[in-house]
Design a protein around this ligand. Structure first.
Ligand code: EPU
Length: 428
């Protein structure tokens, strides 16, 4: 087990280069199955969820070669099974994208019930609804989902809930279905557009991604392609908030500023200074922040994945801020940890009331999920003195070289191995 030791109180200053988007890349690797050919993916984040997908592809017979730390060559012509290994697939969420791509290519997919961050109930009924509408049948067997069909047929599918995962899985399943598929009430996140663009580069015909309706004309064949993953909007937002909260000054590079408009506007509402460039944003912290309210929404609303991170700044903003979470049931568990650091947050179901405090104090805290962990890292960088964060495997599922990037900005963070049986000690 590992933990972070952070000595906070120093502003983060300098430049950071944002990696490829996790939530796009974790869908693009399974999508390469559709090519049955060689694909090259560039700007792929080297994070643990991606390493698990590489291992899944290899164990299923694909050849995966790392061309550089961020580019992969994936040859799926040699796949020899439609079954994702249980022990790997169960460990993270995005393994369920193999359902759509294997179903589309082979008419059969066997994938473990997906894991991922514990954010409350995470049903997959909308994924299954889409597969069924396209002519597949499914059954559950000892934590495995089997979906199969003799013939995928285009269909008109109206999603009951706006879902990133179901939208992507339906696209993956429909690209080779006979006829036309219309998906309505779909998710519009930048990574939805990225997946559609990659599918089109492989020969698919997907239009409308980024709007409420996606139209897919089924094609008979797809082929290999070279594609570059978009920058990670959530990693960028995390460093933007870190600049503001530590009262620093960070140039966040390799970003698409339009994907960051909502976080830019919320940061400005608190008084932080945000400058926008072609492929970068600069955030300059100020001495005092104003309160603001946040309600998470599917894109283009405020992303739930930045809610915990932004929560740290609201702890330090003057007055009362109200945060409403409309996507996940359990996304406020980080608030208990922040309260251990001197924050004043009261949570009632899906609403959290933040009363601003002068400063945060160091404490031993636990990353309860990926974005909760990122929030605690920022909080610890703000708190003068030494904090410890445990359960950091969650953070490392989603942030490339977070320790290295923060240290390059002047932050005092170390990753250390926790000796087995270590009892919590007071830091001095
Ligand atoms: N939902 C259903 N039925 C379904 C699918 C979803 O009711 O079949 C509900 C969920 O319970 C939730 C809402 O719809 O209330 C949205 O869920 P969505 O399917 O959009 O989420 P997801 O695809 O499971 C992805 C990201 C999450 C991110 C959400 C929302 C990946 C691998 N995960 O999850 O990212 O919070 O979209 O933007 O892409 C993270 O990166 O920290 C993370 C949790």
């Amino acid at each position: 087990m590992e933990k972070y030791i952070i000595t906070g109180g120093k502003p983060l200053k300098g430049e950071v280069i944002i990696s490829g988007a996790k939530n796009a890349a974790v869908a693009l690797l399974p999508a390469t199955v559709l090519a049955g050919d060689v694909c090259v993916l560039e700007n792929v984040p080297d994070i643990s969820d991606i390493r698990k997908e590489i291992e899944i592809l290899r164990q299923m017979g694909a050849k995966v070669t790392r061309l550089s730390p961020s580019s992969l060559e994936i040859d799926t012509s040699t796949l020899n099974t439609t079954e994702v290994p249980l022990e790997l697939g169960i460990k993270f969420r995005a393994s369920y994208y193999f359902l759509g791509s294997l179903l589309s290519r082979f008419g059969d997919a066997n994938v473990p019930m997906p894991g991922g961050c514990d954010l409350g109930a995470r049903p997959i009924d909308q994924h299954l609804k889409a597969f069924t509408a396209l002519g597949a049948a499914y059954e559950l067997d000892y934590a495995m989902i089997n979906v199969k069909t003799d013939n995928l047929q285009g269909a008109h599918i109206f999603f009951d809930t706006v879902s990133v995962g179901a939208t992507i899985n339906a696209m993956l399943a429909a690209v080779k279905a006979k006829g036309t598929t219309i998906l309505e009430n779909v998710a519009k996140e930048p990574h939805i557009v990225d997946v559609a663009n990659f599918l089109n580069t492989m020969g698919a015909d997907v239009r409308g991604a980024g709007t409420d309706v996606i139209k897919i004309r089924g094609v008979e064949r797809m082929h290999g392609a070279t594609y570059t993953v978009i920058p990670d909007q959530i990693e960028a937002g995390t460093f933007m908030v870190a600049a503001a909260a530590t009262r620093g000054d960070i140039l966040v590079k390799n970003v698409t500023p339009e994907h960051l408009e909502i976080i830019t506007s919320k940061l400005r509402a608190t008084g932080a200074v945000v400058e926008e460039f072609d492929e970068a944003v600069r955030v300059i912290g100020v001495s005092e922040y104003q309160n603001t309210n946040i309600k998470t929404r599917p894109h283009p609303g405020f992303p739930t994945d930045l809610q915990p991170v932004m929560g740290v700044l609201l702890c330090l903003a003057k007055g009362t801020s109200i945060v409403t979470e409309s996507i996940w049931d359990s996304r406020f568990r980080y608030c208990d940890e922040l309260n251990k650091m001197g924050a004043n947050i009261q949570v009632e179901s899906r609403v959290a009331v933040f009363e601003g405090v002068e400063k945060l104090q160091p404490a031993p805290v636990k990353a309860t999920d990926l974005r909760a962990g990122a929030a605690l890292v920022i909080a610890a960088l703000c708190a003068e003195g030494q904090s410890e964060i445990t359960e950091i495997q969650h953070v490392e599922r989603g942030y490339v070289d977070i320790v290295k990037k923060i240290r390059a900005l002047g932050g005092d963070i170390r990753k250390v191995v926790v000796p087995e049986g270590e009892v919590l000690k007071k830091a001095h």
